[in-house]
Design a protein around this ligand. Structure first.
Ligand SMILES: [Zn+2]
Length: 156
C-alpha cells in the first residue's frame, strides 16, 4: 500500500487531483483474464486495465522492483483519480474523451519515469495537452463516475 500512496501523491503533484480517503481496488489477474476483458484480437499485449473503479494488474507485474511496471500502475491510478475527481465529466463520453483521458494518464506516466529513473519516454500523442490542462483545472467532486471509464496499458 505504501507504493500506492506514493504514486497517488505523485499524480496529485502533477495534476492537482484530490486523493480520496478510500483506496482503489487493485485486482491481480492473469494475462489471459486481462486479455479476455478487453477482447484482444489475436496476441494481446495488455498488462493492466482500469474499468469501473477497479484496477486489474498482471499477476507478474513487479511494481516494487520494476519502475516500468510501477509506471503502468501509476497510469491506471491516474484513471481512477480522473473518475474520483470527475475530471472529464464535462466532455461527452466517446472517443474524444477517451483520448483526453489517455493523454492525461500518459503525461503523468512520462513525468514519473523521468523523475523515478531518468527515462525519457514519449508515448503516442492522444490529445492536445492544453485541453487536458484546462479540463483538469475545472471543478471536481469526489464521486466515482461510472460511465465510459475503461482503458488498458501494454507492457512495452
Ligand atoms: Zn490509459
Amino acid at each position: 500500500m505504501e507504493t500506492v500512496i506514493a504514486l497517488l501523491a505523485f499524480i496529485h503533484s502533477v495534476t492537482g487531483y484530490a486523493v480520496p480517503d478510500q483506496f482503489p481496488q487493485i485486482v491481480r489477474a492473469s494475462h489471459e483474464q486481462i486479455a479476455g476483458m478487453i477482447a484482444c484480437p489475436r496476441s494481446c499485449e495488455a498488462f493492466a486495465l482500469y474499468r469501473d473503479g477497479v484496477i486489474y494488474l498482471d499477476r507478474t507485474a513487479d511494481v516494487e522492483g520494476d519502475v516500468n511496471a510501477r509506471s503502468i500502475l501509476l497510469h491506471e491510478l491516474t484513471h481512477w483519480l480522473q473518475d474520483a475527481n470527475c475530471a472529464f465529466c464535462r466532455v461527452a463520453a466517446g472517443q474524444h474523451r477517451w483520448r483526453l483521458r489517455e493523454a492525461d494518464a500518459y503525461q503523468v506516466q512520462s513525468r514519473y519515469l523521468l523523475a523515478a529513473s531518468g527515462q525519457h519516454r514519449h508515448f503516442a500523442r492522444f490529445a492536445d495537452p492544453e485541453e487536458v490542462d484546462a479540463l483538469r483545472a475545472g471543478p471536481g467532486h469526489a464521486v466515482l463516475a461510472k460511465a465510459g471509464s475503461e482503458s488498458y496499458s501494454r507492457r512495452d
